[in-house]
Design a protein around this ligand. Structure first.
Ligand code: FES
Length: 140
């Protein structure tokens, strides 16, 4: 982790309202994780306890404490996507992913009426069925 890069991120959000989540997103994007040391530095910068920062990091699936270099397919498992059949697709997605791709649950991508939905990087995918989801996983 580059301390200089972390300081840039902290400086960018200095004085903004509710900076913790935007900082965590930027750190996750920049470093691939929010390590324990980084959580400590963020806590210090925001005058929070490390437990408060850790609580947020561990609550949201968007953040990880260790880097995982595998491509990630975020698959929505929230109610509307469940009602539209996402649970029936999970097995096929996990089989296609094996250990090469990480299938990560998320809870709403804002595509509730056109689920099941997934996100890979910044790209959203809707109306997934088993075949289209497997294709996405294989291409990730
Ligand atoms: S519930 Fe899946 S996108 Fe909203």
């Amino acid at each position: 982790m580059s301390n200089e890069r972390l300081q840039e991120i902290l400086a960018r959000h200095a004085g903004t309202e509710g900076p913790l989540l935007p900082i965590l997103h930027d750190v996750q994007r920049a470093f691939g994780c929010v390590s324990a040391d980084t959580q400590q530095a963020i806590a210090q910068a925001l005058n929070l306890s490390r437990a408060e920062v850790h609580g947020v990091v561990s609550f949201y699936h968007d953040f990880t404490e260790e880097a995982d270099p595998r491509p990630c397919v975020q698959l929505c498992r929230a109610e509307a996507c469940q009602a539209r059949g996402v649970e029936a697709l999970v097995g096929a997605a996990e089989a296609a992913a094996g250990n090469r791709v990480r299938i990560s649950p998320v809870y709403c991508l804002g595509l509730c009426s056109v689920g099941p939905a997934a996100r890979i990087g910044d790209t959203l995918h809707a109306r997934l069925d088993a075949a289209s989801l497997v294709r996405l996983v294989e291409a990730a």
